[in-house]
Design a binder for this molecule. Structure first.
Ligand code: UDP
Ligand code: MG
Length: 323
Protein backbone atom coordinates (compact mmCIF):
# COMPACT_ATOMS: atom_id res chain seq x y z
CA UNK A 1 0.00 0.00 0.00
CA UNK A 2 1.12 3.56 -0.70
CA UNK A 3 0.00 6.43 1.49
CA UNK A 4 -0.78 9.79 -0.08
CA UNK A 5 -0.80 12.73 2.35
CA UNK A 6 -2.79 15.75 1.24
CA UNK A 7 -1.67 18.87 3.10
CA UNK A 8 -3.99 21.86 3.13
CA UNK A 9 -3.01 25.12 4.87
CA UNK A 10 -6.17 27.02 5.87
CA UNK A 11 -6.58 30.54 7.12
CA UNK A 12 -10.15 31.76 7.58
CA UNK A 13 -11.55 29.31 5.07
CA UNK A 14 -14.94 28.48 6.66
CA UNK A 15 -16.76 29.29 3.44
CA UNK A 16 -14.76 27.09 1.06
CA UNK A 17 -13.70 24.24 3.37
CA UNK A 18 -16.92 22.20 2.96
CA UNK A 19 -16.76 22.73 -0.83
CA UNK A 20 -13.12 21.67 -0.84
CA UNK A 21 -13.85 18.59 1.26
CA UNK A 22 -16.62 17.39 -1.09
CA UNK A 23 -14.43 17.98 -4.10
CA UNK A 24 -11.34 16.24 -2.72
CA UNK A 25 -13.43 13.28 -1.47
CA UNK A 26 -14.73 12.77 -4.99
CA UNK A 27 -11.23 12.81 -6.45
CA UNK A 28 -9.95 10.49 -3.72
CA UNK A 29 -12.69 7.95 -4.47
CA UNK A 30 -11.93 8.17 -8.17
CA UNK A 31 -8.19 7.68 -7.58
CA UNK A 32 -8.86 4.76 -5.25
CA UNK A 33 -10.67 3.03 -8.09
CA UNK A 34 -7.93 3.53 -10.67
CA UNK A 35 -5.09 2.93 -8.22
CA UNK A 36 -6.15 0.35 -5.61
CA UNK A 37 -2.69 0.51 -4.00
CA UNK A 38 -3.41 4.03 -2.68
CA UNK A 39 -4.65 5.05 0.73
CA UNK A 40 -5.04 8.63 1.92
CA UNK A 41 -4.64 11.05 4.76
CA UNK A 42 -5.98 14.58 4.70
CA UNK A 43 -3.87 16.87 6.87
CA UNK A 44 -5.32 20.33 7.42
CA UNK A 45 -3.23 23.09 9.00
CA UNK A 46 -5.37 25.71 10.69
CA UNK A 47 -3.11 28.75 10.64
CA UNK A 48 -4.72 30.54 13.61
CA UNK A 49 -8.01 31.19 11.83
CA UNK A 50 -10.40 33.66 13.46
CA UNK A 51 -13.54 32.20 11.93
CA UNK A 52 -15.16 28.74 12.24
CA UNK A 53 -12.38 26.90 10.36
CA UNK A 54 -11.26 25.00 13.46
CA UNK A 55 -14.83 23.95 14.36
CA UNK A 56 -15.31 22.61 10.84
CA UNK A 57 -12.02 20.69 11.02
CA UNK A 58 -12.97 19.23 14.40
CA UNK A 59 -16.25 17.86 13.17
CA UNK A 60 -14.67 16.64 9.93
CA UNK A 61 -12.04 14.71 11.87
CA UNK A 62 -14.71 13.11 14.06
CA UNK A 63 -16.74 11.98 11.07
CA UNK A 64 -13.83 10.92 8.88
CA UNK A 65 -10.88 8.90 10.20
CA UNK A 66 -8.69 9.98 7.29
CA UNK A 67 -8.87 13.62 8.36
CA UNK A 68 -6.14 14.97 10.63
CA UNK A 69 -5.52 18.55 11.59
CA UNK A 70 -2.99 20.75 13.33
CA UNK A 71 -4.19 24.05 14.69
CA UNK A 72 -1.63 26.81 15.28
CA UNK A 73 -1.66 29.04 18.37
CA UNK A 74 -1.80 32.10 16.13
CA UNK A 75 -1.39 33.04 12.48
CA UNK A 76 2.14 32.07 11.41
CA UNK A 77 1.67 32.41 7.67
CA UNK A 78 1.24 29.91 4.87
CA UNK A 79 4.95 29.05 4.74
CA UNK A 80 4.85 27.85 8.35
CA UNK A 81 1.66 25.94 7.58
CA UNK A 82 3.26 24.10 4.69
CA UNK A 83 6.33 23.29 6.75
CA UNK A 84 4.23 21.89 9.61
CA UNK A 85 2.27 19.83 7.10
CA UNK A 86 5.36 18.37 5.46
CA UNK A 87 6.95 17.65 8.84
CA UNK A 88 3.88 15.86 10.18
CA UNK A 89 2.83 14.00 7.04
CA UNK A 90 3.45 10.27 6.91
CA UNK A 91 2.80 9.61 3.24
CA UNK A 92 5.02 7.96 0.64
CA UNK A 93 3.68 10.73 -1.56
CA UNK A 94 2.74 14.18 -0.39
CA UNK A 95 0.71 16.88 -2.02
CA UNK A 96 0.43 20.47 -0.83
CA UNK A 97 -2.59 22.42 -2.02
CA UNK A 98 -4.70 25.48 -1.17
CA UNK A 99 -8.10 25.10 0.43
CA UNK A 100 -9.74 27.60 -1.90
CA UNK A 101 -10.03 25.26 -4.94
CA UNK A 102 -7.68 27.48 -6.91
CA UNK A 103 -5.53 24.37 -7.01
CA UNK A 104 -8.09 22.06 -8.67
CA UNK A 105 -8.12 18.59 -7.03
CA UNK A 106 -8.99 17.18 -10.46
CA UNK A 107 -5.28 17.43 -11.34
CA UNK A 108 -4.29 14.90 -8.69
CA UNK A 109 -4.71 11.68 -10.77
CA UNK A 110 -2.60 13.15 -13.57
CA UNK A 111 0.04 14.31 -11.09
CA UNK A 112 0.14 10.89 -9.46
CA UNK A 113 0.59 9.18 -12.82
CA UNK A 114 3.72 11.27 -13.49
CA UNK A 115 5.28 10.68 -10.08
CA UNK A 116 4.26 7.01 -9.81
CA UNK A 117 6.25 6.09 -12.91
CA UNK A 118 9.42 7.13 -11.06
CA UNK A 119 10.37 9.39 -13.93
CA UNK A 120 9.48 12.52 -12.00
CA UNK A 121 9.86 13.39 -8.32
CA UNK A 122 7.46 16.27 -8.42
CA UNK A 123 4.44 17.33 -10.44
CA UNK A 124 3.19 20.88 -10.22
CA UNK A 125 0.98 23.36 -12.03
CA UNK A 126 2.01 26.52 -13.78
CA UNK A 127 -0.38 29.34 -14.49
CA UNK A 128 -0.08 30.44 -18.09
CA UNK A 129 -2.45 33.37 -17.71
CA UNK A 130 -3.04 35.85 -14.95
CA UNK A 131 -6.72 36.23 -15.76
CA UNK A 132 -8.75 37.89 -13.02
CA UNK A 133 -5.72 39.76 -11.71
CA UNK A 134 -5.25 43.51 -11.94
CA UNK A 135 -2.83 44.85 -14.59
CA UNK A 136 -0.66 46.52 -11.97
CA UNK A 137 -0.34 43.31 -9.98
CA UNK A 138 0.58 41.29 -13.06
CA UNK A 139 3.16 43.91 -14.00
CA UNK A 140 4.81 43.75 -10.59
CA UNK A 141 4.72 39.96 -10.58
CA UNK A 142 6.41 39.78 -13.99
CA UNK A 143 9.06 42.32 -12.98
CA UNK A 144 9.71 40.37 -9.79
CA UNK A 145 10.34 37.11 -11.67
CA UNK A 146 12.61 38.84 -14.18
CA UNK A 147 14.66 40.56 -11.46
CA UNK A 148 14.78 37.48 -9.28
CA UNK A 149 16.10 35.27 -12.06
CA UNK A 150 18.79 37.83 -12.87
CA UNK A 151 20.15 38.17 -9.35
CA UNK A 152 19.66 34.68 -7.94
CA UNK A 153 21.25 31.39 -8.96
CA UNK A 154 18.07 29.57 -7.96
CA UNK A 155 15.62 29.55 -10.85
CA UNK A 156 12.16 30.79 -9.94
CA UNK A 157 9.67 29.81 -12.63
CA UNK A 158 7.10 32.49 -13.51
CA UNK A 159 3.60 31.25 -12.76
CA UNK A 160 4.81 28.27 -10.71
CA UNK A 161 2.68 27.57 -7.67
CA UNK A 162 2.74 25.89 -4.30
CA UNK A 163 0.48 23.13 -5.66
CA UNK A 164 3.03 20.31 -5.49
CA UNK A 165 2.78 16.56 -5.69
CA UNK A 166 6.05 15.13 -4.34
CA UNK A 167 7.78 11.93 -3.40
CA UNK A 168 8.81 11.31 0.21
CA UNK A 169 12.41 11.70 -0.91
CA UNK A 170 11.82 15.25 -2.10
CA UNK A 171 9.82 16.11 1.02
CA UNK A 172 12.69 14.91 3.21
CA UNK A 173 15.04 17.10 1.19
CA UNK A 174 12.79 20.12 1.74
CA UNK A 175 12.65 19.38 5.46
CA UNK A 176 16.43 19.58 5.52
CA UNK A 177 16.08 23.28 4.69
CA UNK A 178 15.67 24.55 8.24
CA UNK A 179 15.68 28.25 7.48
CA UNK A 180 13.21 30.37 9.39
CA UNK A 181 12.50 32.87 6.62
CA UNK A 182 11.00 30.46 4.14
CA UNK A 183 10.28 31.22 0.50
CA UNK A 184 8.85 27.99 -0.87
CA UNK A 185 9.04 28.84 -4.55
CA UNK A 186 12.78 29.14 -4.10
CA UNK A 187 13.09 26.10 -1.84
CA UNK A 188 11.22 23.79 -4.24
CA UNK A 189 13.58 24.84 -6.97
CA UNK A 190 16.72 24.80 -4.83
CA UNK A 191 16.34 21.14 -3.82
CA UNK A 192 16.30 20.15 -7.47
CA UNK A 193 14.81 16.77 -8.46
CA UNK A 194 12.84 16.20 -11.64
CA UNK A 195 9.77 18.37 -11.88
CA UNK A 196 6.93 18.07 -14.37
CA UNK A 197 4.94 21.24 -15.04
CA UNK A 198 1.29 21.07 -15.99
CA UNK A 199 0.10 24.29 -17.56
CA UNK A 200 -3.37 25.63 -16.87
CA UNK A 201 -5.51 28.75 -16.85
CA UNK A 202 -5.95 30.59 -13.58
CA UNK A 203 -9.07 29.60 -11.61
CA UNK A 204 -10.90 32.10 -9.40
CA UNK A 205 -11.94 31.46 -5.82
CA UNK A 206 -15.51 30.10 -5.50
CA UNK A 207 -15.95 31.80 -2.08
CA UNK A 208 -14.04 33.71 0.59
CA UNK A 209 -11.31 36.23 -0.17
CA UNK A 210 -7.59 36.03 -0.80
CA UNK A 211 -5.62 36.93 2.30
CA UNK A 212 -2.85 38.57 0.25
CA UNK A 213 -2.88 42.33 -0.01
CA UNK A 214 -0.72 44.10 -2.56
CA UNK A 215 1.74 45.14 0.15
CA UNK A 216 1.71 41.67 1.64
CA UNK A 217 2.79 40.28 -1.72
CA UNK A 218 5.39 43.02 -2.09
CA UNK A 219 6.89 42.13 1.28
CA UNK A 220 6.82 38.45 0.35
CA UNK A 221 8.70 39.15 -2.88
CA UNK A 222 11.37 41.05 -0.93
CA UNK A 223 11.55 38.00 1.33
CA UNK A 224 12.26 35.91 -1.76
CA UNK A 225 14.99 38.24 -2.93
CA UNK A 226 16.72 38.38 0.45
CA UNK A 227 16.40 34.62 1.04
CA UNK A 228 17.83 33.53 -2.29
CA UNK A 229 20.13 36.31 -3.37
CA UNK A 230 22.89 38.35 -1.81
CA UNK A 231 22.95 40.76 -4.73
CA UNK A 232 21.69 43.70 -2.62
CA UNK A 233 24.81 43.33 -0.47
CA UNK A 234 27.02 43.70 -3.53
CA UNK A 235 25.37 47.00 -4.37
CA UNK A 236 27.77 49.03 -2.19
CA UNK A 237 30.81 47.53 -3.91
CA UNK A 238 29.43 48.54 -7.28
CA UNK A 239 28.64 52.14 -6.29
CA UNK A 240 31.98 52.40 -4.44
CA UNK A 241 33.93 51.36 -7.51
CA UNK A 242 31.92 53.76 -9.65
CA UNK A 243 32.68 56.72 -7.38
CA UNK A 244 36.40 55.79 -7.25
CA UNK A 245 36.41 55.82 -11.06
CA UNK A 246 34.83 59.27 -11.03
CA UNK A 247 37.56 60.50 -8.68
CA UNK A 248 40.16 59.09 -11.08
CA UNK A 249 38.64 61.09 -13.93
CA UNK A 250 38.69 64.18 -11.73
CA UNK A 251 42.35 63.53 -10.90
CA UNK A 252 43.25 63.33 -14.59
CA UNK A 253 41.34 66.56 -15.14
CA UNK A 254 43.26 68.12 -12.26
CA UNK A 255 46.67 67.16 -13.67
CA UNK A 256 45.80 68.21 -17.21
CA UNK A 257 44.50 71.58 -16.05
CA UNK A 258 47.56 72.12 -13.83
CA UNK A 259 49.87 71.53 -16.79
CA UNK A 260 47.95 73.49 -19.42
CA UNK A 261 46.90 76.49 -17.31
CA UNK A 262 49.85 77.27 -14.97
CA UNK A 263 48.10 79.74 -12.62
CA UNK A 264 44.58 78.25 -12.59
CA UNK A 265 42.58 77.99 -9.35
CA UNK A 266 42.52 74.25 -8.67
CA UNK A 267 41.20 74.25 -5.11
CA UNK A 268 37.64 73.27 -5.96
CA UNK A 269 38.74 70.44 -8.25
CA UNK A 270 41.20 69.16 -5.63
CA UNK A 271 38.53 69.13 -2.94
CA UNK A 272 36.08 67.34 -5.24
CA UNK A 273 38.72 64.79 -6.13
CA UNK A 274 39.60 63.97 -2.52
CA UNK A 275 35.94 63.91 -1.48
CA UNK A 276 34.91 61.45 -4.15
CA UNK A 277 37.97 59.25 -3.61
CA UNK A 278 37.29 58.99 0.12
CA UNK A 279 33.56 58.34 -0.17
CA UNK A 280 34.20 55.82 -2.94
CA UNK A 281 36.71 53.95 -0.76
CA UNK A 282 34.31 54.02 2.17
CA UNK A 283 31.45 52.55 0.16
CA UNK A 284 33.78 49.97 -1.32
CA UNK A 285 34.88 48.85 2.16
CA UNK A 286 31.28 48.61 3.32
CA UNK A 287 30.68 46.45 0.26
CA UNK A 288 33.51 44.13 1.23
CA UNK A 289 31.98 43.80 4.70
CA UNK A 290 28.76 42.99 2.88
CA UNK A 291 30.43 40.17 1.02
CA UNK A 292 31.57 38.56 4.28
CA UNK A 293 28.13 39.15 5.74
CA UNK A 294 26.50 37.46 2.75
CA UNK A 295 28.70 34.40 3.21
CA UNK A 296 27.90 34.26 6.93
CA UNK A 297 24.21 34.76 6.15
CA UNK A 298 24.12 31.86 3.73
CA UNK A 299 26.10 29.66 6.13
CA UNK A 300 23.67 30.46 8.93
CA UNK A 301 20.87 28.82 6.94
CA UNK A 302 22.64 25.46 7.34
CA UNK A 303 21.38 24.27 3.99
CA UNK A 304 22.44 20.76 2.99
CA UNK A 305 25.67 20.60 0.99
CA UNK A 306 24.25 18.08 -1.44
CA UNK A 307 21.10 16.03 -1.98
CA UNK A 308 21.06 12.55 -3.51
CA UNK A 309 18.39 11.49 -5.94
CA UNK A 310 19.43 7.93 -6.71
CA UNK A 311 22.02 5.32 -5.74
CA UNK A 312 22.49 1.79 -6.99
CA UNK A 313 20.59 0.57 -3.91
CA UNK A 314 17.48 2.65 -4.51
CA UNK A 315 17.68 1.83 -8.21
CA UNK A 316 17.83 -1.91 -7.56
CA UNK A 317 14.97 -1.85 -5.08
CA UNK A 318 12.84 0.14 -7.53
CA UNK A 319 13.62 -2.33 -10.29
CA UNK A 320 12.64 -5.11 -7.86
CA UNK A 321 9.33 -3.35 -7.10
CA UNK A 322 8.54 -3.02 -10.77
CA UNK A 323 8.72 -6.77 -11.39
N1 UDP B 1 -3.13 30.67 4.07
C1 UDP B 1 -2.57 30.28 5.28
N2 UDP B 1 -2.06 31.25 6.11
C2 UDP B 1 -2.07 32.57 5.79
C3 UDP B 1 -2.62 32.95 4.54
C4 UDP B 1 -3.14 31.97 3.71
O1 UDP B 1 -2.52 29.10 5.61
O2 UDP B 1 -1.62 33.38 6.59
C5 UDP B 1 -3.68 29.63 3.15
C6 UDP B 1 -5.09 29.90 2.67
O3 UDP B 1 -6.05 29.38 3.56
C7 UDP B 1 -5.13 29.18 1.34
C8 UDP B 1 -3.69 29.34 0.84
O4 UDP B 1 -2.91 29.63 1.99
O5 UDP B 1 -5.42 27.79 1.49
C9 UDP B 1 -3.57 30.43 -0.22
O6 UDP B 1 -4.09 31.62 0.29
P1 UDP B 1 -4.88 32.66 -0.61
O7 UDP B 1 -5.93 31.98 -1.41
O8 UDP B 1 -5.32 33.75 0.30
O9 UDP B 1 -3.72 33.19 -1.56
P2 UDP B 1 -3.75 33.41 -3.15
O10 UDP B 1 -4.46 32.24 -3.76
O11 UDP B 1 -4.43 34.69 -3.37
O12 UDP B 1 -2.29 33.44 -3.51
MG1 MG C 1 -6.11 31.45 -3.36
Amino acid sequence: MKLLSIIVPCYNEEEVLPLFYDEIRKVMAQMQETYPELCFELLFIDDGSKDKTLEILRSMSLADKQVRYISFSRNFGKEAGMYAGLENSKGDFVVVMDADLQHPPAFLPQMYSYVRSGEYDCATTRRVSRKGESKLRSFFARTFYKLMNKISQTEIVDGAQDFRFMTRQMVDAILQMHEYNRFSKGIFSWVGFKTRYIEYENVERPAGTSSWSFWGLFRYSLEGIFAFSTAPLSFAVLVGVLICLISLVLLILFVVKAVIVPDADLRFLAALCILSLLSGLQLFSIGILGQYLSKTYMESKHRPIYLTRETEKTYRSRQGEGQ
